[in-house]
Design a protein around this ligand. Structure first.
Ligand SMILES: Cc1cc2nc3c(=O)[nH]c(=O)nc-3n(C[C@H](O)[C@H](O)[C@H](O)COP(=O)(O)OP(=O)(O)OC[C@H]3O[C@@H](n4cnc5c(N)ncnc54)[C@H](O)[C@@H]3O)c2cc1C
Length: 449
């Protein structure tokens, strides 16, 4: 069987008895395995199924992902790879995203679509933007808060950027660096801001104006397809420790596996806690990497077409969630006929234990307040996922220590891959490419040793 993979997918002819072990069976791990399939790697995944953040869950006829997982392809390699391993699987969609604030829905991105908000808000946004253009730059932005004010001006900052991001990141935005925003937050021109204030459309702004999503089932078809050529995938196997000197990994089940090269897609703080004989300074530095968690509440509702958007952002603090999405607007097959489904995203600090029952009740009541849920709507099913590692925080500590940590692993023949292995703001595409990059590095080592 070819699995849609060419004989030498990674471009390396691998003739070796070297053992490659991959820990973590999310997208990055299975991508590494896919690209090293000829090497016969072993993948260890702690959950009962592979997929990590790209798992999908079926419950009472509804399919839920971990919040929304929509594929945006920018890289020529993945643009070719994904339709090849999953032919005729996806539908293409034009993003329909919005912001709900001041009891009004405006199109995303806020900064280029203020029409419809109260006139004094629109005026503040436009004047603030013009003022920010006229202000001298005087060095680079000191932090994310500063970047927001300089880039968008006081009005857009006050009415969306600061409240939304404070709610999302749960911390003072002055403690966050501005090095992650270059591609992820659309920066409009003056013409776009003025167009948006007058109600003239600014179509397709930002990194994700179009996306693809499976016609049937959930996003987990992607990790499943990448895992197909890997012969040895072991689920329900949680790594207990890594011995980089004797070169083996031990599972909590007692299973031990020797390796020549290890690819780790585990979150860096987790990987460093497991790594034997490692300087305390590095273990400490890894523990101080900071991420934000997400409580994801998925609901099935007894009314069709509950909303026409794909997702909506909520910057205001009275709403518990920062984003709500509607999976059946990307795939009708995500729920039974005559129903709708929703995903709710509530960010929280990883040390904060959320009261799921209270958060669900507050979410439902907030959805009623803003008119998304109406009188007579009933919740048919609820499915809750708490994602401990969701969004990496870009701060000074990360900037100072990250590369040292990754480099140290490499000196121990351990290649870090993926969103939390590289501790970065990786999309699914980035995580697949990161798994490939680790596979290529290992293949190069094997070929020269
Ligand atoms: C809320 C949210 C929404 C997102 N939406 C999108 C989107 O719309 N589009 C997009 O392109 N990207 C999106 N992403 C990003 C995308 O999910 C990631 O880039 C990608 O899934 C990361 O894959 P990974 O393999 O690096 O990490 P993970 O998926 O986290 O995989 C790591 C794996 O390691 C396993 N593991 C952990 N500890 C152990 C252990 N001790 N032993 C063995 N295994 C272990 C975990 O169980 C997991 O399976 C989103 C991310 C989040 C958090």
């Amino acid at each position: 069987m070819s699995f849609g993979i060419s004989a030498h997918e990674s471009g390396h002819a691998i003739m070796s008895s070297k053992k490659v072990v991959i820990i973590g069976g999310g997208l990055a791990g299975v991508s590494a395995g896919f690209h090293l399939a000829e090497c016969d790697p072993t993948v260890f995944e702690k959950e009962a199924a592979i997929g990590g953040l790209c798992r999908s869950f079926t419950q009472d006829g509804f399919t839920f992902d971990c919040t929304g997982h929509l594929i945006h392809l920018r890289n020529p390699y993945t643009k070719e790879l994904i339709p090849r391993i999953l032919p005729d699987v996806f539908d293409a969609h034009e993003r329909r995203a919005a912001i709900y604030s001041k009891s009004t829905i405006t199109p995303y991105p806020f900064q280029a679509n203020t029409y419809g908000l109260p006139p004094e808000v629109v005026k503040e946004c436009v004047i603030g933007f013009v003022d920010s253009m006229q202000a001298g730059t005087n060095g680079g932005p000191k932090n994310f808060h500063d970047w927001v004010l300089r880039t968008f001006g006081t009005g857009i900052a006050k009415h969306f950027m600061l409240p939304y991001n404070e709610k999302f990141w749960k911390q003072d935005l002055r403690t966050i660096t501005a090095d992650w925003v270059s591609w992820s937050i659309p920066k409009p021109s003056l013409e776009e801001v003025v167009n948006g204030a007058l109600g003239l459309t600014n179509k397709g702004m930002g990194y994700n104006p179009k996306f693809i999503y499976p016609k049937q089932g959930g996003i987990d078809c992607l990790p499943q397809a990448l895992a197909r050529p890997i012969r040895d995938v072991r689920t329900s196997q949680s790594v207990e420790y890594i011995d980089p000197r004797k070169k083996y990994v031990r599972m909590t089940s007692g299973v031990e596996e020797p390796y020549d090269y290890l690819i780790s897609s585990l979150p860096l703080p987790v990987a460093f806690r497991m790594l034997k004989d490692t300087p305390d300074t590095l273990v400490d530095a890894a523990q101080k990497l900071h991420a934000i968690s997400v409580l994801n509440i998925n609901l099935g509702i007894n009314r069709p077409n509950i909303h026409d958007q794909h997702w909506i952002y909520f910057p205001e603090h009275q709403y518990i969630f920062s984003r709500v999405g509607f999976p059946m607007n990307f795939s009708k097959a995500a729920g039974p006929e005559g129903t709708s489904s929703m995903y709710i995203e509530i960010t929280h600090s990883p040390v904060e234990k959320m009261n799921v029952e209270e958060a669900t009740e507050k979410s439902i009541s907030d959805l009623q307040t803003c008119g998304i849920l109406q009188h007579g709507d009933a919740v048919l099913t609820r499915h809750i996922i708490d994602l401990k590692y969701a969004y990496v925080v870009f701060d000074d500590h990360r900037q100072t220590h990250l590369q040292n940590l990754i480099d140290y692993l490499e000196t121990r023949d351990i290649y870090a891959a993926g969103r939390y292995g590289q501790w970065d703001y990786y999309s699914m595409e980035d995580s697949i490419l990161s798994g490939k990059k680790a596979a290529d590095a290992v293949a190069a080592r094997i070929n020269i040793s």
